[in-house]
Design a protein around this ligand. Structure first.
Ligand SMILES: *[C@@H]1O[C@H](CO)[C@@H](O)[C@H](O)[C@H]1NC(C)=O
Ligand SMILES: *[C@@H]1O[C@H](CO)[C@@H](O)[C@H](O)[C@H]1NC(C)=O
Ligand SMILES: *[C@@H]1O[C@H](CO)[C@@H](O)[C@H](O)[C@H]1NC(C)=O
Ligand SMILES: *[C@@H]1O[C@H](CO)[C@@H](O)[C@H](O)[C@H]1NC(C)=O
Ligand SMILES: *[C@@H]1O[C@H](CO)[C@@H](O)[C@H](O)[C@H]1NC(C)=O
Ligand SMILES: *[C@@H]1O[C@H](CO)[C@@H](O)[C@H](O)[C@H]1NC(C)=O
Length: 426
């Protein structure tokens, strides 16, 4: 059972039913496609081992620059760690569509294109871009933008094209990029606060280092999985006066509220909705939780008080993920919801529609409806109160009403029908 889901009997049944009938809708499976071409089996193996395959499948438009088993052997001879190899392979995934035809008709004869290595946030500056050049004789060459002087590699053949979702192109040798091959620390060796400080969350990192054992609590959880969300400096600085007003205990809870003791890849966050516990959660009362809700590529974290959006990835390597967020997460345990806030936006307008798979190919499967919290406090805003009222009167009980609030795609109707069927079956 997925940890993002909050188990309850009807929802559990609902989940089992839905997950059997509606897996995530991906247009292709790179592992399966490459499996039909044994000359790329090593490349294929490492796409899976590095977890890049899942990231590729989730993409709307990609071009894979594949290398043969013998070319992979040269790369493997460098003895890179799997984390470093992942960066190198991520450089071989262009986030745009280049079939053989597009490559041989390049406007202007050359282009710089972005890659998954660039998208992970690990690549500084223009490293992580690939230069494609069409030469006079019709030869097409590729090189990493940060390789000056290293001979470019050549287009060999088109392996598979699904316009304009996926192209798999064979290139003559692996791309060489000093930045991608630079040693990457294993996630368990990463100093979380210095990583945050270097990448736009210095204020938050300083608070972690200076507040009780907050930094140690983060570090202690990495081995078994940790996902941390750091508010960017601009957001954290604006919040500082209110932070300073908290007691020592509250300050610690506030910081611990920004981490979850489970590793969630960005891919997973983008395809699941639900209530999650944090390092500040007291196991028995399940307090200090918040709701993850995604809308296409955008992931929001909603407390009863604030809504923050994930704006960047500092690291996303099993078992550690650190993301930047654009607002401080204020737990309802410490802050009152603002009066008459805009109600949690229902995303019906943007939600995936049947027959609209091109635009929303990577829409989440309707597997993780988050039941709203049953007991709304009197302080809660009217919108919440209303949901609580609906809860008690809905045929399927609170869980159904809660699910209804969060399932924002047409499957909600199917889900409702299934719940009704379950209720009848009892
Ligand atoms: C892709 O195919 C591989 C091999 O057939 C399979 O193990 C994997 O689960 C598939 N992935 C998805 C997302 O369907
Ligand atoms: C990689 O490791 C092998 C075996 O441990 C060793 O023989 C080889 O010299 C190493 N290559 C490099 C480039 O370090
Ligand atoms: C790509 O590299 C070639 C050769 O170094 C260079 O002439 C060209 O301007 C580069 N293209 C872009 C778009 O930077
Ligand atoms: C992480 O780095 C900071 C500052 O560079 C340092 O103060 C802290 O002790 C380091 N933490 C660990 C666990 O090594
Ligand atoms: C700090 O707390 C005091 C007393 O509760 C309150 O009057 C003041 O407005 C608070 N300051 C901030 C910045 O929240
Ligand atoms: C979330 O926390 C509230 C207290 O703030 C608690 O009442 C509720 O049961 C928790 N929800 C879950 C799903 O754990």
């Amino acid at each position: 059972m997925h940890p993002l889901l909050r188990p309850s009997i009807p929802l559990l049944l609902l989940f089992l039913l839905l997950s059997g009938s509606a897996p995530p809708i991906y247009a292709f499976n790179i592992t399966r496609i490459l499996a039909q071409h044994p000359e790329f089996s090593t490349f294929n193996h490492y796409l899976s081992a590095s977890h890049l395959a899942g990231e590729i499948n989730r993409r709307k438009t990609v071009t894979i620059l594949a290398v043969s088993n013998s070319a992979m052997a040269d790369l493997l001879a460098k003895n890179l760690t799997l984390y470093t190899l992942k960066n190198v392979l991520a450089l071989h995934v262009l986030v745009d569509y280049f079939g053989a035809k597009q490559l041989h008709q390049l406007t202007g004869g050359t282009t710089l294109t972005s890659t998954l290595f660039q998208a992970t946030g690990s690549a500084p500056g223009t490293t992580g871009f690939v230069n494609i050049t069409l030469h006079r004789a019709g030869r097409v060459s590729f090189s990493a933008a940060d390789t000056s002087g290293h001979p470019p590699v050549s287009f060999v053949k088109s392996v598979k094209e699904i316009p304009y979702d996926l192209a798999v192109i064979q290139i003559s040798a692996p791309l060489f990029s000093p930045e991608a091959e630079a040693p990457t620390a294993a996630p368990t060796d990463v100093n979380i606060t210095s990583l945050m400080a270097k990448k736009g969350c210095k204020t938050f990192a300083d608070l972690l280092d200076s507040t009780g054992d907050a930094a140690a609590a983060f570090a202690a959880n990495v081995g078994s999985g940790l996902t941390a969300f750091c508010p960017i400096d601009q957001a954290m600085e604006a919040f500082l006066p209110r932070f300073k007003n908290l007691t020592a205990d509250e300050k610690l809870s506030m910081l611990l509220y920004h981490a979850v003791p489970i590793y969630y890849s960005i891919q997973l966050l983008k395809s699941n909705n639900g209530v999650i516990s944090t390092l500040a959660t007291d196991g028995r009362s399940k307090n200090y939780n918040f709701t993850v809700q995604n809308d296409g590529e955008v992931v929001t974290l909603r407390t009863k008080v604030t809504t923050a959006k994930i704006t960047g990835t500092l690291i996303d390597e099993d078992p550690l993920a650190v993301y930047t967020i654009d607002a401080v997460l204020e737990p309802r345990e410490l802050f009152k919801p603002v009066k008459a806030p805009a109600p949690a936006p229902e995303t019906v307008a943007d939600s995936p529609k049947a027959g609209n798979n091109k635009k929303h190919k990577h829409a989440p499967a309707p597997v993780a409806p988050a039941a709203d919290e049953p007991a709304a406090s009197p302080n809660d805003n009217p919108a919440d109160q209303k949901v609580a009222d609906d809860d008690s009167s809905a045929a399927g009980g609170r869980d159904y009403a809660g699910a209804g609030k969060w399932i924002t795609w047409p499957a909600a109707a199917a889900a409702a029908a299934m719940v009704a069927a379950l209720v009848l079956a009892y």
